[in-house]
Write a protein that binds this ligand. Structure first.
Ligand code: ADP
Length: 720
């Protein structure tokens, strides 16, 4: 009996393709195979094998089973689930899941080792080389350097047969975690939370807990206890810890390494391809038992995932907005269900979605009481910029500057928080009023002084800052409006010339190593004033940081989308929470033009519950998440008339379903990106509606012309 293999291909194709299984290949779901697609051979993954043949059209055979580990059943099921949820092609999440499998293997290194044979002639230089070679595997050049001799000496010993050259592949092993090590003694509220999590992680079965505690309350210590319990209970168990930012993965990797005496697998976009391959294979083989990573680590081929931690679970960076659009926190819960694993969502400012699930009893709610030990939460004060504005052309108000001066005088550190990269968010011509915008995109160009360029943060387009206005030709007429972190840095340097000032944003810190360096130097007290975007405002422990100044507390409230207030609250609570750990009391000053706003009042009173209650009531009234569901459709095309026609047809094709409302099409606020016009629909549905199924049905009714792209965003975070 011949058999058919359905093969998923990591490309945006609507479904798996069928191939004939060659005799004797004995394929199974999850196997990685090479299959012909058009003129090429391409890697795919078998999703199903069934009896049959292609009918009257013979199927092409699978070309080869690849010598790479198969995707475990849970990973394969998760990939398919994620595609259905996101209303996208299964090849999209599959491409993420195969990122490590497709990366090149680490290249073998040439090392020299002693053969045991005596050289024909012994000299002091030769003796030094042989001694060094006996100690470590080194390349010929490194060996010569280690022995302090010329490379000719090494070469001579190889020719003599006393040394031999070997090709070795860097050890793919991960040191196993040392589970005999103990964490710190937990305080009673930590111990209670840890016991609950340990039980969840060792009993097996799917369950979700919300670990809710202010910054510094010991959430990390508590979930590391649960990780230790899961790893101890089952020698094959694996643990995944997800973080929203690469910079934060570094801090948690250090904590994990310290706790378990072995480094975890590290996974994020900054890991070079051979390193990815190494982690991917070790995870698939079960040799890597702890992974710390960014959202795409969720797609790794775990064999026995027992515990998933989503740290800073409220963070909107868990939402992937491009390519395959997904919310990693929600998918983590889905993966936990598929793997029958425990899921821990940790945050000082949980998302309203998670709070709602905890209130409704769907998640176990574990609250930690206050900061650990003597550390206190900072005092939070509002600076009313209408009363004490900064001087003309400056951004730091007198009360903030005075607090910075006191802090500096005490030898303590200040963090100035401004969630805006670059020097100035807008450049305009004072002669004609022209705003500098990107040529093919509806967005202002942001001035970057370090590079002297104007940059579109949306598309990456950039150009040198022109000497004359491109519109009216006036010379030296371009002025920078508003502050970014670089401009605040300039002001801080001018105010405190003796202070050591640094900037932390994705422009100054672009890889994990640089992030680690800056975090370490801040932790070591080598920086007095750190000006930072959200990249540094979260999760770090800086013992000497006692003052946080929020330069523009109102920034996130402008242009208000669904989560503007929630996000502002979370971000500012996180940023202000950096102040004062250990035994030093901290202070946070928020510069605002709207001190009476509910968000500012809640921050000042440190009354999260009051803020959450008010926000929940509003959302419930409007039927918005977490009380209802949202999805967006973004249609784009370069021909405006064609796009309009298509959107009209799409509106008409929307299925009529009770509990679902479709709004649009409307011009997107970002109406033009990379030369393509954009239109949006917004869909609101009652909680009980399977919104993914609705969107899939709608999508199946329309056939966009080739030049029009349609993206579906389930649970949108951006409304631009
Ligand atoms: P969170 O993750 O909630 O911000 P952390 O786990 O990072 O909190 O804890 C904050 C600081 O307090 C860390 O330096 C941590 O090591 C320390 N800490 C927390 N709990 C304890 C404890 N029970 N014993 C000793 N140190 C603790």
């Amino acid at each position: 009996m011949s058999r058919i293999a359905s093969v998923l291909i990591p490309m945006p194709l609507p479904e798996a393709f069928d191939y004939a299984e060659p005799d004797g290949m004995a394929l199974a779901p999850g196997d990685q195979v090479a299959v012909p697609l058009g003129p090429r051979l391409i890697r795919g993954v078998v999703s199903e094998v069934r009896d049959g043949h292609g009918g009257n059209r013979p199927l092409k055979p699978v070309a080869e089973r690849l010598d790479d580990p198969p995707l475990p059943p849970g990973t394969l099921e998760f990939v398919q689930w994620a595609a259905r949820y996101a209303v996208d092609a299964p090849g999209q999440p599959l491409a993420i899941a195969l990122r490590g499998a497709r990366a090149p293997k680490p290249r073998p290194q040439r090392v020299v080792r002693p053969t045991g044979a005596q050289p024909a002639r012994t000299t002091p230089a030769r003796a030094k080389v042989l001694a060094a070679a006996a100690e470590a595997d080194l390349s010929p050049a490194d060996l010569a350097r280690a022995a302090g001799v010329s490379s000719g000496v090494v070469k001579g010993l190889v020719e003599d047969g006393a040394l031999a050259i070997h090709e070795v592949v860097a050890e793919a092993a991960f040191a196993p975690p040392d589970l005999t090590r103990q964490g710190p003694d937990l305080n009673p509220s930590q111990a209670a939370a840890a016991e609950a999590l340990k039980a969840m992680a060792t009993e097996g079965g799917f369950a979700v807990a919300l670990l809710d505690g202010v910054t510094g309350s010991g959430k990390t210590e508590v979930y590391l206890e649960a990780a230790a319990a899961a790893l101890t209970a089952d020698p094959d168990a694996q643990v995944l810890i997800l973080l929203p930012e690469i910079a934060l993965t570094q801090a948690v990797i250090a904590r994990v390494t310290q706790r378990f005496g072995a480094a975890p697998g590290e996974w994020h976009s900054d890991i070079a391809p051979p390193g990815r391959r190494r982690v991917w294979e070790a995870v698939a083989a079960g040799r890597c038992r702890i992974v710390v990573g960014a959202r795409s680590a969720l797609f790794l081929p775990f064999r026995k995932l027992r515990l998933i931690v989503v740290d800073e679970e409220h963070d909107s960076s868990f939402k992937q907005e491009e390519g395959f659009i997904y919310q990693a926190r929600d998918l983590a819960v889905a993966r936990g269900k598929i793997e029958e694993a425990a899921v821990v969502l940790a945050s000082a400012t949980p998302s309203l979605e998670s709070l709602r699930n905890a209130e409704a009893g769907r998640y176990r709610w574990l609250r930690l009481a206050g900061r650990h030990g003597t550390a206190r939460l900072p005092d939070i004060e509002l600076i009313d910029l209408r009363e004490t504005p900064p001087e003309q052309g400056r951004w730091l108000s007198p009360p903030l500057v005075a607090a910075m001066a006191e802090t500096f005088a005490r030898g303590e550190q200040t963090l100035l928080f401004l969630n805006r990269r670059g020097y100035a968010p807008l450049v305009l011509c004072k002669a004609c009023g022209e705003r500098m915008t990107a040529p093919d995109t509806d967005s202002w160009l942001v001035e970057h002084r370090y590079t002297g360029r104007l940059v579109c943060h949306l598309t990456g387009f950039s150009m040198p800052k022109p000497a004359a206005c491109p519109h009216c030709g006036a010379k030296d007429s371009l002025v920078s409006i508003g502050p970014g972190v670089e401009r605040v840095e300039e002001e801080a340097r001018a105010l405190f010339p003796e202070a050591r000032v640094a900037v932390f944003s994705s422009d100054t810190v672009f890889d994990a190593r640089e992030a680690r360096r800056l975090v370490e130097s801040m932790a070591a007290g080598e920086i007095d004033i750190l000006v930072a975007t959200q990249a540094a405002a979260k999760g770090h422990n800086f013992p000497k940081l006692t003052l946080v100044g929020v330069v523009d507390a109102d920034l996130g409230l402008r242009g208000g989308d669904l989560r503007a207030a929630e996000r502002t609250y979370q971000l500012l609570a996180q940023a202000t929470g950096r102040a004062g750990r250990r035994d030093r009391p901290g202070r946070a000053l928020l510069q605002t033009y709207a001190p009476e706003h509910a968000v500012m009042q809640a921050l000042k009173a440190q009354d999260r519950d009051a803020f959450v209650d008010a926000e929940m009531a509003e959302r419930e009234l409007a039927g918005l998440p977490p009380f209802g569901r949202l999805a967006a459709v973004i249609a784009s095309g370069s021909d405006a008339a064609q796009l309009d026609d298509f959107c009209r047809a799409m509106a008409q094709a929307a299925p009529n379903t009770p509990g679902v409302e479709v709004y649009g099409p409307a011009d997107a606020p970002l109406g033009l990106v990379r030369g393509r016009r954009r239109k949006r629909f917004l869909v609101r549905a009652d909680r009980g509606v399977d919104l993914s199924a609705y969107m899939a049905a709608w999508r199946a009714r329309v056939r966009p012309p080739g030049a029009i792209r349609v993206a579906i965003d389930i649970d949108p975070y951006s409304f631009l």
